[in-house]
Ligand binder design. Structure first.
Ligand code: SF4
Ligand code: SF4
Length: 707
C-alpha cells in the first residue's frame, strides 16, 4: 500500500497546518480587496492573447529585469528556483499525490529528473539569496531602499529552500539514496556514520522546520511590503495595452464627476494594484531625470505612497457595506475611520505638490519598471485635478494656457505668423486651403505638419526650412495647413488642462478631416505632435497616418528618391559640417513610439558616423522640456538640460543631433551654459541631411507611407 511520508513523525498534522495557513493567506489577501471595492472600475480585459504573451514575456521570462543583468540573474534565480521547489512542497501538502502521478511515467525517470533539477535550483536560490543580502547590506545600490521587510522575506525564502534540501540530505543519510537527488546524495555521504536516531531527529526537525516556514511565509506575506510576489502576475496581465503615449480619455461633460485624481477613490483598481505590486527596486528612481537633478519627485516613493494610503484606508473598511453601491442602495452613512483615510488627497500624502509639477512625463520610470507600473498617467491625473478643480498650478502656466486657448499656440503668436518660416526659401510652400480651392488636393502626397515650435521659434524655423528643402529636393508633392494649423494640445494635456487640449484637438481633427487627411500621410518633425495626433486624436474621432520626419526622410533616401552627395563632394545647400556626432533621442519619439533607428539612418545617409551616449534609444535622458516643463521655471535642484548637456560634452562630439524642436531649444541652451558645451553644435537630423543632398528629378515619387 502507498504510504507517503511514512518516515515523517505525525505527518497528518501537515494538513491542518498548511491548509490553515493557506486559508489565513486567502482571508488576509481579501482584506486588501476591500479598498479595491471603493476604487473606480478599470476594465483592462480586452485583447487576452496579447495579455497572455506579455505575461510570459514580463512575468515568466522577466525581460525587463535583465536590463540590469546582475540584478536580473539574481532575481531570476530566486524566482525560478522558488517556483520549481514548490513542486516538492505541493507533494507534501497533497499527501504525496504529485509524486505518485509524476513517478508513473518512464518508470520513475521523470520524478528522478525533477528531483535532480530541484537539487540544482535549490543551490541557485541559496546563492542568489546570499547575493541579494550582499547587495542590500554591503554594496547598497542607491536605488534600493533599506528595509527590514525585504530581509525578512529573503530569510524566509532561503529558510524554506535550505530546510527542504537539508531534510532530504538527512533522509538520504538515514534511509539511502534518492534517485536523481544527486546534491542531497552527495551531501549525505559524510553523515552516514551518524546514529540512526540522530539522523531521524535531524530529519524530523528539518522537515517540520520546512513546513513551519512555509506556513509562516503564507501568514506573513499579506502584511509584507513585498506583496509583489502575489500581485505581479495580475498586474502584468492587466497592464495598459493602449499606446504608452496615450493618456486616459477624460469626460468633461459630466459635471458631477471628479476631474482627474484627488483621492484613492478616484483611482481605478488597477492603479491600486500598481501600488501593491511595487517591488521597491528603485529602477524608476534611477531612471528619473527629475530625481537625478535633485528635485523632490521620486516615482518610487510616489507608488509606495499610494500603496501605504491604500493599506491605511483598508483597515477601516468593511468588505461589503462599504461598497458605494450598497451604501447608496441602503442609504448608509460612512462615518468610519476609513472615510477619513479615503478622503485624504493623494497630493501631499503620497507625493509632494512640487513633485507633481517636476515631472517631465518622459516615461523613463514606466520603461524601467519590471512589473509594468504606470506612473505618468497617475501624475497627469493629479495635475488634471489640481488644474481643473482647484486652479492650483505654477503661475507661469497661466499665460501658456491663455495663449493656447486664445491664439492656438503656447508662444502666443498670431496665426498669421505661422508661415513666416517659409520666407527666403527658393521655392513656394503650398497651403492646403489654396490647393483645395484650386482643385489640386487630389495630387497632394503629404501634409507637412509644421508644429508651433518650428513655426514660431527662430531656431526651429531653420529646421522647418531644412525639412521643406529635403521634401522639395525629393520631388514630394507636399503642402502645409498654414494659418489653419494650431497647437495639437500636447502641452496643455500634459500640464493637466484637458479642457484646452480637447478644444485644440477637436479643432485640428475637424480641419484634418475636412481635407480628408485620413487618406494620406502627415509628416511632422515634432515628436509631441507625432504622438498626440497618432496616439490621442483617436479619442476625438481622428484616425490619421502620421510619420515622423526622420522616418520619412530615411525612406526617401532608401527609395532613391532623395539623392545625397558623394562623401567627398562639397555641400551646395548648407554650411553644417557636423564632425563627430552624437544623438540625443527624444522621449516622445524613441521611448514612447519606438522610433530609434530612423534618425540614425538619416545621419548615416548624410555620411555621418554616430558615437552613442550611455543613455540613448529607449533609455534616453530627457532634455527637460516634456510634460509642459518647457513653459515652467526650473527652480528646484539643478537643470535637467544642464545634466543632459554634460552627458553630451562627455562624448567628445562636435555636434549633437536631435529630432525634436523642444530638445533643440533645451540642448542649445544647456550646451551654451555647460563647460565645454559652447563648441558643440545642436542640429536637427534634417539639417544634417539637407546639407548633403543633391537635387532630384521631379518625377521621383514615393508611395504614400502606410502608417
Ligand atoms: S515621467 Fe520622467 S520625470 Fe516623470 S516621474 Fe517618470 S521618470 Fe521621473
Ligand atoms: S515602481 Fe516599478 S521600478 Fe519603481 S520601485 Fe516600484 S517596481 Fe521598481
Amino acid at each position: 500500500m502507498f504510504e507517503p511520508f511514512a518516515e515523517v513523525p505525525a505527518y497528518p498534522l501537515v494538513f491542518p497546518i498548511f491548509w490553515g495557513a493557506a486559508a489565513f493567506f486567502a482571508l488576509a489577501m481579501a482584506r486588501h480587496l476591500r479598498v479595491f471595492a471603493v476604487a473606480r472600475p478599470s476594465r483592462p480585459f480586452a485583447n487576452i492573447p496579447a495579455r497572455l504573451i506579455g505575461l510570459v514575456q514580463y512575468a515568466f521570462v522577466q525581460t525587463k529585469m535583465f536590463k540590469d543583468m546582475r540584478a536580473g540573474l539574481m532575481h531570476a534565480g530566486i524566482f525560478w528556483g522558488f517556483v520549481l521547489l514548490t513542486i516538492g512542497t505541493a507533494d507534501i501538502v497533497t499527501g504525496g499525490i504529485v509524486q505518485a502521478v509524476l513517478s508513473a511515467p518512464f518508470e520513475g525517470a521523470l520524478w528522478a529528473a525533477i528531483s535532480a533539477i530541484q537539487n540544482v535550483v535549490a543551490l541557485i536560490v541559496l546563492v542568489s539569496i546570499a547575493w541579494a543580502y550582499v547587495r542590500r547590506l554591503v554594496t547598497r545600490p542607491a536605488r534600493l531602499t533599506f528595509n527590514r521587510d525585504a530581509l525578512v522575506i529573503l530569510a524566509m525564502i532561503g529558510g524554506v529552500v535550505a530546510t527542504e534540501l537539508l531534510a532530504q540530505t538527512a533522509q538520504v543519510a538515514r534511509y539511502g539514496d534518492i534517485r536523481g537527488a544527486f546534491v542531497s546524495n552527495a551531501l549525505a555521504v559524510p553523515l552516514r556514520g551518524l546514529s540512526p536516531s540522530a539522523l531521524e531527529g535531524a530529519f524530523s526537525l528539518l522537515w517540520w522546520g520546512h513546513i513551519a516556514l512555509v506556513a509562516a511565509f503564507l501568514c506573513y506575506l499579506p502584511f509584507s511590503k513585498h506583496l509583489h510576489i502575489a500581485t505581479s502576475f495580475p498586474n502584468i496581465l492587466f497592464r495598459k495595452l493602449a499606446p504608452r503615449g496615450e493618456l486616459p480619455q477624460m469626460e468633461l461633460e459630466d459635471e458631477t464627476a471628479t476631474f482627474g485624481l484627488k483621492t484613492l477613490q478616484d483611482l481605478g483598481w488597477k492603479d491600486l494594484l500598481d501600488g501593491f505590486t511595487c517591488t521597491e527596486c528603485g529602477r524608476c528612481q534611477a531612471a528619473c531625470p527629475a530625481w537625478a537633478t535633485g528635485k523632490p519627485l521620486n516615482p518610487k516613493t510616489f507608488i509606495m505612497g499610494i500603496r501605504d494610503m491604500a493599506v491605511d484606508a483598508e483597515h477601516g473598511i468593511d468588505l461589503i457595506p462599504n461598497s458605494p453601491i450598497v451604501r447608496e442602495t441602503y442609504g448608509l452613512d460612512d462615518t468610519r475611520p476609513a472615510a477619513a483615510a479615503l478622503a485624504r488627497p493623494i497630493v501631499d500624502t503620497a507625493i509632494p505638490y512640487d513633485a507633481v509639477w517636476d515631472c517631465v512625463t518622459c516615461g523613463a520610470c514606466v520603461e524601467a519598471c519590471p512589473v509594468l507600473i504606470e506612473h505618468v498617467d497617475k501624475i497627469v491625473g493629479l495635475r488634471r485635478n489640481l488644474v481643473l478643480e482647484e486652479s492650483r498650478f505654477p503661475a507661469e502656466l497661466t499665460p501658456a494656457f491663455r495663449a493656447m486657448e486664445n491664439q492656438g499656440n503656447p508662444w502666443g503668436q498670431p496665426a498669421s505668423a505661422r508661415t513666416d518660416w517659409t520666407r527666403g526659401l527658393p521655392f513656394d510652400v503650398p497651403v492646403v486651403a489654396d490647393l483645395a480651392a484650386a482643385g489640386g488636393l487630389d495630387d497632394l502626397e503629404v501634409l507637412y505638419w509644421v508644429g508651433c515650435a518650428a513655426a514660431f521659434d527662430p531656431r526651429n524655423q531653420k529646421v522647418a526650412r531644412a525639412v521643406a528643402t529635403c521634401l522639395h529636393a525629393a520631388g514630394v508633392n507636399f503642402a502645409i495647413l498654414g494659418q489653419e494649423e494650431s497647437c495639437t494640445g500636447d502641452p496643455a494635456r500634459r500640464m493637466g488642462n484637458d479642457y484646452v487640449f480637447q478644444i485644440l484637438a477637436a479643432g485640428n481633427v475637424d480641419t484634418l478631416n475636412r481635407y480628408a487627411m485620413g487618406e494620406r500621410a502627415i509628416v511632422t518633425a515634432c515628436p509631441h505632435c507625432f504622438n498626440t495626433i497618432g496616439n490621442e486624436y483617436g479619442q476625438l474621432g481622428g484616425a490619421f497616418k502620421i510619420v515622423h520626419h526622420s522616418t520619412y526622410l530615411a525612406e526617401l533616401v532608401a527609395s532613391g528618391r532623395l539623392a545625397t552627395l558623394p562623401e567627398d563632394a562639397t555641400s551646395t545647400t548648407g554650411d553644417h559640417r557636423p564632425g563627430a556626432v552624437t544623438v540625443h533621442d527624444s522621449c516622445y519619439l524613441a521611448r514612447y513610439n519606438n522610433v530609434v533607428t530612423a534618425p540614425r539612418s538619416v545621419l548615416a545617409a548624410a555620411g555621418v558616423t554616430v558615437t552613442e551616449m550611455e543613455r540613448s534609444g529607449k533609455a534616453t535622458f530627457c532634455c527637460g522640456a516634456g510634460g509642459g516643463r518647457m513653459w515652467m521655471e526650473e527652480t528646484r535642484g539643478t537643470r535637467i538640460n544642464a545634466e543632459r548637456a554634460r552627458q553630451v560634452v562627455e562624448t567628445g562630439a562636435a555636434t549633437v543631433a536631435t529630432s525634436c524642436p523642444f530638445c533643440m531649444v533645451m540642448l542649445s541652451d544647456g550646451l551654451a551654459a555647460a563647460d565645454g558645451g559652447q563648441a558643440v553644435a545642436t542640429l536637427d537630423v534634417s539639417e544634417v541631411l539637407a546639407a548633403r543632398i543633391a537635387a532630384a528629378p521631379p518625377d521621383r515619387r514615393l508611395p504614400v507611407i502606410a502608417g
